[in-house]
Design a protein around this ligand. Structure first.
Ligand SMILES: *Cc1c(COP(=O)(O)O)cnc(C)c1O
Length: 394
């Protein structure tokens, strides 16, 4: 039978190939990742973990897992190699959000207090938004950024001492500067809190050595595998070995059922790729491209939040242009440039409008873009913005 679905896939493929993709959380995976994810592994049930599945432990688990067991162990071993770590890793979380949920529930009980980065300062939904499980289940308190847009470590420490959280969370979705994991760890130690890092955005940079590593500092580390890591869509949790059992049982049976073994295969392929010289060169280029593009915007008179970037993304503060982030996002969409609106430091507009946009270079660098290409895109964006301003003045 012909399926209508393949029309959608073909149209989406064409869209992806046609557009300039600047969404900081997106990337283009390799053919091997696609092949792994679109494989017969999707047919297999494999609740539990390799060791217990192998022993047929009390008959609680499904049979036929001998190949799957090897695959999942291989995936775990590859990810430990990517980050040169002997932390325990769980490769089953279906997404970054699921990884965070299980990581929280491994060491916390509902009602416990978490200190995290304010959402409108660059944090993620799962870091305590009232509409998300995190904000509903836990007693959230927040630290923020200063007027220039940098994480204010004095504020983090003051909030930690005042609020006495059980867990301190570092990591963000829209922060363009190095995060000082050592300083966070110090504060967590001072107040006796667990220290968790959500490196969803920067994990590829950590793998390539372009951002300091949280390993050795954090008790728990979560990530997505599909952003700068350029793998199958999903999540991972790393933890100190002594937390391994807690983390594993928080994933299964705590918050998930059968693992997605086709996705675990896609994650394993990505882990292999992340250990190559090609990947390291790719990430170095992502960072160089990002810096070149941010500098071009500054040169053209735009306000880049924090004055620049250390990673794969930056934020443009459009307040001075009189345009909203939403309007610029929509107009750029019409010109085949995809990005998203974002709040800026001291935001005055609603989350539906925003005064800025977020720009990332991970995806187009995969497509082969170099500094000059990103500078050309920056100029194109400037033209679109100036045309919008001219129209508004008429
Ligand atoms: C993207 C992101 C997540 C969530 O990932 P999903 O796979 O979309 O659930 C979690 N934390 C941070 C910091 C992120 O940027």
């Amino acid at each position: 039978m012909e399926s209508k679905v393949f029309d959608f896939i073909a149209r989406e493929r064409a869209r992806q190939e046609r557009n300039i993709e600047l969404i900081a959380s997106e990337n283009f995976v390799s053919e091997n990742v696609l092949r792994a994810v679109g494989s017969v592994l999707t047919n297999k049930y494999s609740e539990g973990y390799p060791v217990e599945r192998a022993s047929g432990n009390r008959g609680r688990y499904y049979g036929g897992c001998e190949v799957i067991n090897e695959l999942e162990e291989y995936c775990c071993q590859q990810w430990k190699q990517v980050f040169s770590t002997d932390y325990h890793v769980n490769v089953q979380p279906h997404s970054g959000s699921q990884a965070n949920m299980a990581a929280f529930l491994s060491v916390l009980t509902p009602g416990d207090r978490i200190l995290s980065m304010r959402l409108d300062n660059g944090g993620h939904l799962t870091h305590g938004s009232p509409v998300n499980f995190s904000g509903k289940l836990f007693d959230m308190c927040f630290y923020g950024i200063n007027d220039e847009g940098f994480i204010d470590m004095a504020d983090v420490r003051a909030k930690a001492l005042e609020q006495r959280p059980k867990l301190i969370l570092a990591g963000a979705s829209a922060y363009s500067r190095v995060i000082d994991f050592a300083a966070f760890a110090e504060i967590a130690k001072e107040v006796g809190a667990y220290f968790m890092v959500d490196m969803a955005h920067i994990a590829g940079l950590v793998a390539a050595g372009d951002h300091p590593s949280p390993f050795g500092y954090a008790d728990l580390i979560t990530t997505t595998t599909h952003k700068t890591l350029r793998g199958a869509r999903g999540g991972l949790i790393f933890c100190r070995p002594e937390l391994a059992r807690k983390v594993d049982s928080a994933v299964f049976p705590g918050t998930q059922g059968g693992p997605l073994q086709h996705v675990i295969a896609g994650k394993a392929v990505a882990a292999e790729e992340a250990q190559t010289e090609d990947f390291r060169n790719y990430i170095h280029q992502v960072v160089k491209n990002c810096r070149a593009m941010a500098e071009e915007f500054s040169r053209m008179g735009y306000k880049v939040v924090t004055g620049g970037t250390d990673n794969h993304l930056f934020l443009l503060d459009l307040t001075d242009t009189g345009l909203t982030g939403k309007a610029v996002q929509d107009e750029l969409d019409r010109h085949g440039i995809t990005l998203n609106k974002n709040a800026v430091p001291g935001e005055t507009r609603s989350p539906q409008q925003c005064s800025g946009v977020r720009i990332g270079t991970a995806a187009m660098t995969t497509r082969g873009y170099k500094e000059a290409d990103f500078i050309a895109v920056a100029r194109k964006i400037d033209q679109v913005i100036r045309a919008m301003q001219a129209e508004n003045r008429q």
